[in-house]
Design a protein around this ligand. Structure first.
Ligand code: C2G
Length: 148
């Protein structure tokens, strides 16, 4: 059995995440997803909309995912690879070449898959008006004020 491992926050879950998980699973027979705990996210200066338990429940409902485990530290990856007998660690291309994953090549294969362009949590929040655009310029046309 070929075992695949990937990491992420997976909040707000969107089709870019699903396409990554689908392709990751296709590289083996068993897919483990390590999702960032709320405490680990806080350490990254990130706050997920959904808490860890909710994100875990959603990931476990995805047909490609066989096991969800917590990602609590940056340093746990080598132990994860050993403890779960992982054959290949997969990440999206935004992580390509990161030392955090390159160090795993002594223990398993490391594969980067192209990110899905056109979708991100930031973009979703911006388009829903939940987050100021990064460049300060909204891409969303301001609705014309109706004649009063
Ligand atoms: N992803 C993708 N396409 C997108 C958005 C995300 O393929 N449009 C991929 C990312 O490359 C990553 C996975 O989906 O492999 C999860 O994305 P995030 O939740 O944003 O993961 P991140 O916050 O980068 O956390 O230790 C590593 C971290 O936990 C990774």
């Amino acid at each position: 059995m070929r075992r695949v491992l990937t990491y992420g926050t997976y909040d707000l879950l969107h089709y870019g995440h699903i396409r990554l998980l689908k392709r990751a699973k296709a590289l083996g027979d068993y897919l483990i997803v390590a999702i960032s705990t709320d405490e680990f996210n806080a350490g990254k200066g990130k706050k997920a909309y959904h808490n860890y338990e909710t994100r875990k429940e959603m990931l476990e409902a995805i047909r490609y995912v066989d096991l969800v485990i917590p990602e609590e530290t940056w340093e746990q990856k080598i132990d994860d690879v050993k403890n779960y007998h992982v054959d290949v660690v997969v990440m999206g291309s935004d992580w390509e070449g990161s030392e955090r994953f390159e160090i795993l090549r002594d223990y398993c294969e490391v594969v980067y898959l192209d990110r899905t362009e056109g979708v991100s949590t930031t973009k979703i929040k911006e388009e829903l008006g939940l987050q100021e655009p990064e460049n300060g310029v909204s891409q969303i046309p301001t609705p014309e004020l109706k004649d009063r």
